[in-house]
Design a protein around this ligand. Sequence first.
Ligand code: MF3
Ligand code: CO
Ligand code: CO
Length: 284
Amino acid sequence: MDNYINVPVAPPARNARRTESIKLYGPDAFEGMRRAGVLTARCLDGVTDLIRRGTALAEINSFVIDFAAANKSTPATLGYKGYQYACCTSVNHVVCHGFPNEKKLRDGDIVNVDVTLILDGWYGDSSRMYVVGRPKRAAERLIQIAHEAMMKGIKAVRPGARLGDIGYAIQNYAHSERCSVVRDFCGHGIGQVFHDSPNILNFGKSDTGPELRPGMIFTVEPMINLGRGDVKMLADDWTAVTRDKSLSAQFEHSIGVTDNGFEIFTLSPKGLHAPNIDLLSISA
Ligand code: MF3
Ligand code: CO
Ligand code: CO
């Protein structure tokens, strides 16, 4: 096991703090988010090489720690509300916040890796699904649907649209594919704090909620289940699993609202939006 004693933990934000109102950011912030976002995306690109039978989840954690250190950045989750790891690794029926422990990947596993790197004070938060070997058809389909659900949510973003439009787009699509949406977790405002307002729900009614305005920055990160949407927390108080043990999949991007739509800060420079699965008819 690694010794994490010398791993830097994000210092408490000084000037930045969570607020009730939705912050509007300018060009400097967008530039900061671009840099943090692409760094996180590069980290997730690098994770691809570790995804094979026999890799311990802890090796992914070590990779993220080393990648962050080599790039003058800090993993935001390390020490966050007592969380002990540099990333979350959620395998199969784990919905989110799975610990990157000594458990080893097995053929056919699907795994979400969620990384948030802080670069010069800006938080780049993103997650992707990876598959080990050849996935079962149902697992591959779920991953495609989760990615498309996220993209449908993102594409609802433009000035004048409302927050409920995002959740509605996600929910409507997931249900049309006979999948369910996890309602216990949501996206969030982001910037110089990890989890800011507003909550970005993955369900909702169109034409409701606050109006989206240029300069808003937040994540879109739906969790989609093959079975029911209900989750159960494990005794570790972090790991969320599907109650019915059905598979769960999630993707996450950090985005900004622009004058005519959106900008995704966490796009993969290598085009590995959903690595090692043959789904990419999907643009962006
Ligand atoms: N990265 C997750 C998100 O998308 C949050 C993880 S918090 C942790 O918001 F403490 F579990 F790591
Ligand atoms: Co995340
Ligand atoms: Co997030």
